[in-house]
Design a protein around this ligand. Structure first.
Ligand code: SAM
Length: 312
């Protein structure tokens, strides 16, 4: 296993398989990707994953855009799973999931994160611009039925929009054996951030007071996991959090085939798709080594957890 200059192993690859999306969430960071003109084939994605395995990658996350918009998404999953990686998961908005969950599981998808910020149809529409929350509910049921386990639900907390729904989300997920991930809004556009950013301190305090146990997921960006009676909640706090960055084990792959060392930067990408297209796997390995060498924590300085622990 290779470590970067900061001693961090790279065990996860987060792959944007398309930039297209069927929703238009107003806060979306689009995985930090710029507009692209090419898209990887399923076969090319599989080859990049094979190379990544040699560098210690054990977890693949397929994302987008909306991955389920790809007609060949089952082939993409099959190609990735065929590379013999430990875990293959997907982040999806769930709108199209009900029709394809079983096929994805058969192709080798292990689990899904479904993005759902609200249980309320009107709030859903305010956030996503289109789509129907009942399709997402159907997608969640199908994922559970297909054994894509654990199903995780991603809830980005937005001040004044869904921050009163935390308890109802916990009830909804606990009842179904789903893990809830409460995610702090990441600042990719100062205007949206200043209006909707919601601090998570009080929510974490509440979770801590009810929790039977609290765990720190060490190499998962030092995320806290709260084990509640009948449920589990993970809290993801990226903003100005050097602890988060110091425990980042991810590399990204953009939809147009560039290795991306950090969500927040686009000035240090490394082209790997051109090399895979010509089957130059030695050069593709060099591209991986270069991308790992370019990794550095985005947020540096005082660890947020240290500051929080004084208050909680
Ligand atoms: N379309 C898929 C989906 O909805 O899950 C995959 C792409 S989406 C960009 C991946 C995840 O990033 C979603 O869970 C979404 O909520 C989260 N996300 C997007 N913008 C964000 C932001 N500014 N801050 C925090 N999380 C964000």
């Amino acid at each position: 296993m290779i470590r970067d200059r900061f001693g961090r192993p790279v065990t996860g690859l987060r792959i944007s398989v398309t930039e297209k999306c069927n929703l238009d969430c107003f806060y979306c960071h689009r995985e930090g990707c710029l507009e692209s003109r090419r898209e990887m084939t399923a076969d090319e994605v599989g080859k990049v994953v094979e190379v990544s395995r040699e560098f210690g990658v054990r977890k693949i996350k397929l994302t987008g855009g909306e991955p389920l918009l790809r007609d060949d998404i089952v082939d993409v999953v099959r190609a990735v799973a065929g590379a013999g990686i430990g875990e293959v998961s997907m982040t999806t908005n769930g709108v199209l999931l009900s029709g394809v969950a079983h096929e994805l599981a058969e192709a080798g998808l292990d689990r899904v994160n479904i993005s759902l910020d609200t249980l309320d149809p009107r709030t859903f529409h305010k956030i996503t611009g289109n789509g129907s929350v009942s399709d997402v509910f159907a997608g969640i049921d199908a994922a559970l039925d297909a054994g894509l386990s654990p199903v995780k639900l991603n809830m980005v907390l937005l001040a004044g929009l869904n921050d009163h729904e935390v308890e109802s989300m916990i009830a909804y997920t606990s009842k179904r054996g789903i893990v809830l991930q409460i995610i702090e809004l990441l600042d990719t556009d100062g205007r949206v951030f200043s209006t909707y950013h919601r601090d998570l301190d009080d929510i974490e305090r509440g979770l801590r007071s009810q929790a039977a146990a609290v765990r720190t997921r060490c190499w998962m960006q030092a995320r806290k996991k709260y084990i509640l009676q009948g449920g589990e909640v993970e809290v993801v706090r990226p903003m100005h959090n050097s602890e988060f960055c110091m425990h980042c084990t991810r590399l990204r792959l953009t939809a147009d085939g560039y290795l991306k060392p950090c969500l927040m930067r686009n000035d240090n990408l490394v082209d790997v798709l051109s090399l895979v297209k010509t089957d130059d796997l030695d050069e593709a390995r060099k591209a991986f080594a270069e991308a790992i060498a370019r990794r550095e924590p985005y947020f540096k300085g005082v660890a947020r957890e240290a500051r929080i622990s004084g208050r909680v």
